[in-house]
Write a protein that binds this ligand. Sequence first.
Ligand code: ADP
Ligand code: ZN
Length: 644
Amino acid sequence: MNMQNNNQNNEQNNNFFNENPMLAFGIFILVMVILFKSFMGDSDLSGMMGDPRIKKVEQVKYSDIRKMVKEKQVKSVKITSTMLEATDLSGTTKYVAKNIPAYDMEFIPLLEENNITYEGQVGEGPLARYINMLLPIIFIVAIWLFLAKKMSKGMGGILGAGKADKLISSERPDVKFDDVQGVQEAKDEVVEIVDFLKYPERYIELGAKIPKGLLLVGPPGTGKTLLAKAVAGEAEVPFFSVSGSSFMEMFVGVGASRVRDLFEQAKKSAPSIIFIDEIDAIGKSRSSGNQMGGHSEQEQTLNQLLAEMDGFGTNTPVIVLAATNRPETLDAALLRAGRFDRQVLVDKPDFAGRLAILKVHSKSVKLDDSVDMEIVAKQTAGMAGADLANIINEAALLSGRRNKKKIGESELLEAVERAFVGLERKNRKVSDIEKKIVAYHESGHALMAELTKGSTRVTKVSIIPRGLGALGYTLHLPDDEDRFLKRKYELMAEVDVLLGGRAAEEVFLGEISTGAGNDLDRATAILKDMISVYGMSDVAGLMVLSRSQSSFLGGGVVSNDYSEKMAQDIDISIKSTLTERYEYVKKTLKEYAGAIENMSAILLDIEVIEGTKVQEIIKEFEEENNLESRMAHLENKEVLEEGK
Ligand code: ADP
Ligand code: ZN
């Protein structure tokens, strides 16, 4: 996906002349005119008066000279690049013809025939003169064509309008189904396509209707493109791919002609696969709002796509695969029978899937024998295939930097951590005051995570700035395998842990900062979902108040329909729950003040504490103060006990 974005940029850079064809053509004409003028410039009489015997120079027509030659009235003839001169028999009068024809192959033989002497400098005959004049023009036109071709990546080029060959990439992938892991259901759905592409006659004879269009739906990086390539790879057919966003041009009609071109190419090499990535860029619901500019262009492109899909019958072995992570935004017309009437879910992989994907991608690198991939697979819950591929590569880079011969488990785990929290930014300067705030804030999160049943245990606390914006972080990697359900007390535990940061700032520094903004946002969202989506409150009971139409990305359209009164009740309930939990968290932090002080001091000193050290500090504090241990994750990892 990223690669695609880059291409996009390049294309845009080269589009200058495409978008200003008139300007470009103007420059072209101007250059031609200047050249023409400069060549015509030497057509004067200079150098013709050299002969002292000449008394008279007369301007005549070319045909006049020709006639004089025929009648043997001239003694000699001189042919220059721009004119023809004839000297009469007496040698005193010179006839000059300026406008001479380009081709007169009979003229020289005529001179020979009549025994007239003639001369002309090399390459200065009338023919040569024209060639001389044309050569630079030919040269310029050649350069122009070359540039225009280079510039018009795809269509809309000044001279090559209508060709989309650069935007549509065509290949014969060698990807096989074995390279795509963790998406078994999706693979099951597409195997029949492979068979159809391989033996189209069988199906056609039976009169079987093969789907023309298949929509691959799933979050980014889950292998939709890869799967589409694998279909082509298994069937050994050409793969034409294009990104939906590349259809969106400023010029109306460009997108539509690209679509036409795409289908034309694919039909020519049938059986084949067409893959349209990010189809939502073209297929956005026509009723939905549009960004300025592209409206009618998008509509035309979409209409063309619909027409093309309707245009080829079920007998043409061309299958259109399209990918999107926002199926809910697609125009209903696209999903109708005979178009993309089948949707295949390409979801994030589960534990076994992640393990398989990690294994596929480690084939191309050198792994240490001691590496236990299961640990990596366990720690990467929620990641997509692309993230996992990235982790392997990141670990390889790390190992290289460390001058290792093979990739070790520590590099892999470090790569996992990086994927979760972004790159360390050691060189970012953070003031001492800010460091102190962050140290207490993160200690607060860490303590709550360790003491709250239903939260995940801490793996690492750091006050090294990471990624964009994060000044510190408390990392809790999922310690279970996959979690599809969250219990109510676990959601509440999350809220407590999130409030730990702000509470620590208030309790230990007496001041609060903006550092908790994101925490509070998430805590609020959890409470809101508990009420309005999961039926976990007294306010709304089992009534679901808000429906998200997309399960991916959270980007779907959310429709809220409930009374004004209900809205108020929800607000009041969320606020009072937050206040209540905040008080509880502050109380807990105060009780464990010694532990927090200890953690913050270490953080300020060495910036990073491992999870085990956090647990040690808390345990020590409890023992010193004769407290009954409240640590939630000590004995067994699985917390089944129902919490508050
Ligand atoms: P999408 O099209 O869904 O955004 P891609 O197919 O472009 O995702 O995935 C990008 C890369 O991530 C692939 O080329 C592949 O290296 C890796 N990848 C993603 N999903 C998988 C998977 N299910 N199995 C193996 N590799 C995967
Ligand atoms: Zn925080």
